[in-house]
Design a protein around this ligand. Structure first.
Ligand code: ZN
Length: 440
C-alpha cells in the first residue's frame, strides 16, 4: 500500500508539501512523524520507564525536536544489526527572543535571533506567522506543560529598505546585519510590553501570566505547492531537511510491512543539525546510542551483543544535496553536475565532510537499484568548501558505516526552497529498500 504511494510521485510530492506545511517547527515535525507512525501501529515508549522485549518490537521515542523509531525484523536475536536512516528536523530561520517586544518610529516590532545559516534576504518581505512550543504554567508552583502553537496568519513582516535609500544595492549586493536589520514588524503603535506573550496566550486560550517561556520561530504563511510549467517542481519551505524526514518515516512504515527481514529497521530524526548538533537532542548527543542499546537490552541482550549489533549496523544519512544551479553552473564540479528530478544523490567527500565510502556507496546504490530508482554522485569543487551533515557525526558516535545521500535542491537555506517533484518519492523508495536490508 505504502509502496504504491511512492509510485504516484506527484501525488507523493503533494503529500510531502502538506506535511511540511503542518510542520512549521522541529517540534511540529516530530508531532507529524508521530501521527504517521501511530497510524501504522508504532507505539511511543517512555525513556524513563523499563522496556520489555514486546515493547521494542515496533516503537518510537520522541524528545523535543528529535524522534527515533524502529521496526524489528523476523530475527528475534539480541545482536541483530540495525539498518538506519537519519535526517534532521530543523531548518535555518528567525527565532523569537525571550524578551521580544520592541519598536521604533511608530512601528511595533518583535526582536529575533538568527538560527543557523539562514539566507537572510529570503526572510524579507514575506508574510510571516509564528510557531513553536510554549511552557504553560498550570498551577502555582507546579510543573509547566509544553504545548505546541502555530499562528498561521501574517502577523509579522521584515520589510526591506527601499531602493531609493539604498541606491547601489543591486550592484554592491544586499548587506544585512543580523542585529540591526532583521527585527520583524508586528503592527503600528508604540512598543507594548507583553504583546508577543499575549499573542501566544490568545492562540492557546490561556492567561498571558501563565505563558512562562517559549521556543518560537517565524514561519512563512505561503503554503507549499507543485510549481513549474509541468508541475515538475516542489516549491516549499524546509525542504532541507523535512523532505528527508518524511521520506524516512514513510520508508520505515513500508519496510516494517516486509516479511523476511533479518535486521531492525530504524530512523533517527535529529534537531539542531543547523547549529552543529551538540545538544541533548542533537546527532552529537547520546540519545540515539542510548535508544539502540536499550532495544538490545530489552531483548535480553548483553553489552557485548549491543556492540556486536552496532558493528554490523549501517546508516544512510539523508540531507539536502545541491542541484546544479543554471545561473551559477561554474560553482559546481564540472564532472559531477546534479539534476533535480533525476533520483537521490550520493554525496562523496574525501575529507569526511560526508561519511560515504566505497562500501556504503555500493550498498546504497544496490538498494536504490532494487527500488528501480537512479542514483547521482555528488562531489564538490576542489576550491569550494562543502557543507556537512549528521552522517560523519553518526558514524563517529556509533561506529556505524554510513552513506550520505539526499534530494537535489536549489536555494538551500532560503525560507523558500525548490526541488524536483519526483525526488521525494524516489528517495523514499530507495530508503525503503535500504531499511529492508537491500545491498547488505
Ligand atoms: Zn540539511
Amino acid at each position: 500500500m505504502v509502496r504504491a504511494m511512492f509510485d504516484d510521485r506527484r501525488g507523493y510530492a503533494r503529500e510531502v508539501g502538506s506535511r511540511i506545511d503542518a510542520s512549521p517547527t522541529p517540534y511540529h515535525a516530530v508531532a507529524t512523524a508521530q501521527a504517521t507512525l501511530e497510524r501504522a501501529g508504532f507505539r511511543r515508549l517512555d525513556v524513563a520507564l523499563p522496556w520489555s522485549a514486546a515493547d521494542v518490537a515496533r516503537g518510537f521515542v520522541a524528545e523535543g525536536g528529535t524522534l527515533v523509531a524502529w521496526a524489528a525484523g523476523d530475527d528475534p536475536g539480541a545482536a541483530v544489526p540495525f539498518d538506519l536512516a537519519g535526517a534532521h528536523t530543523d531548518s535555518p530561520n528567525l527565532r523569537i527572543r525571550p524578551q521580544p517586544d520592541t519598536g521604533r518610529a511608530g512601528w511595533r516590532q518583535v526582536a529575533v535571533e538568527v538560527y543557523g545559516g539562514a539566507l537572510l534576504n529570503s526572510w524579507l518581505d514575506r508574510d510571516l506567522g509564528v510557531a513553536g512550543r510554549v511552557a504553560v504554567r498550570r498551577t502555582r508552583g507546579g510543573p509547566a506543560e509544553l504545548r505546541l502553537f502555530h499562528v498561521d496568519r501574517p502577523v509579522m513582516r521584515v520589510p526591506q529598505l527601499a531602493i531609493h535609500l539604498d541606491r547601489d544595492v543591486n550592484e554592491r549586493g544586499l548587506q544585512l546585519n543580523k542585529q540591526l536589520h532583521m527585527a520583524a514588524v508586528l503592527g503600528l503603535g508604540d512598543e507594548r510590553p507583553g504583546a508577543f506573550r499575549r499573542l501566544v496566550a490568545e492562540t492557546l486560550d490561556v492567561s498571558p501570566d501563565d505563558v512562562v517561556s517559549w521556543d518560537a520561530m517565524a514561519v512563512d504563511t505561503a503554503p507549499s505547492t507543485l510549481a513549474g510549467l509541468g508541475e515538475d517542481l516542489l516549491s516549499a519551505p524546509r525542504i532541507d531537511n523535512q523532505v528527508s524526514c518524511i521520506a524516512a518515516v514513510d520508508a520505515l512504515v513500508a519496510a516494517g510491512e516486509r516479511d523476511g527481514r533479518g535486521t531492525t529497521a530504524a530512523i533517527s530524526l535529529f534537531d539542531h543539525e543547523e547549529v552543529g548538533s551538540t545538544s541533548a537532542t542533537g546527532a552529537d548527543g547520546v540519545l540515539l546510542a542510548g535508544v539502540l542499546e536499550r532495544i538490545v537490552l530489552a531483548r535480553g541482550g548483553s553489552r557485548q551483543e549491543h556492540l556486536r549489533a552496532l558493528a554490523a549496523s549501517r546508516c544512510a544519512s539523508a540531507d539536502g544535496a545541491h542541484a546544479t544551479h543554471p545561473n551559477y553552473a561554474e560553482r559546481h564540479e564540472p564532472g559531477h553536475w546534479i539534476r533535480a528530478g533525476a533520483g537521490p544523490v550520493v554525496k562523496v567527500n574525501v575529507n569526511q565532510r560526508y561519511a560515504t565510502d566505497a562500501a556504503t556507496q555500493a550498498e546504497f546504490e544496490i538498494a536504490a537499484d532494487a527500488a528501480g530508482v537512479p542514483v547521482q554522485r555528488f562531489s564538490s569543487r576542489g576550491d569550494m568548501p562543502c557543507g556537512s551533515t549528521i552522517g560523519p557525526l553518526t558514524a563517529a558516535r556509533s561506529g556505524m558505516r554510513t552513506v550520505d545521500v539526499g534530494v537535489a535542491q536549489l536555494a538551500m537555506h532560503s525560507a523558500r526552497e525548490l526541488c524536483g517533484a519526483d525526488d521525494p518519492a524516489q528517495l523514499a523508495a530507495a530508503l525503503t529498500e535500504w531499511l529492508a536490508g537491500a545491498g547488505r
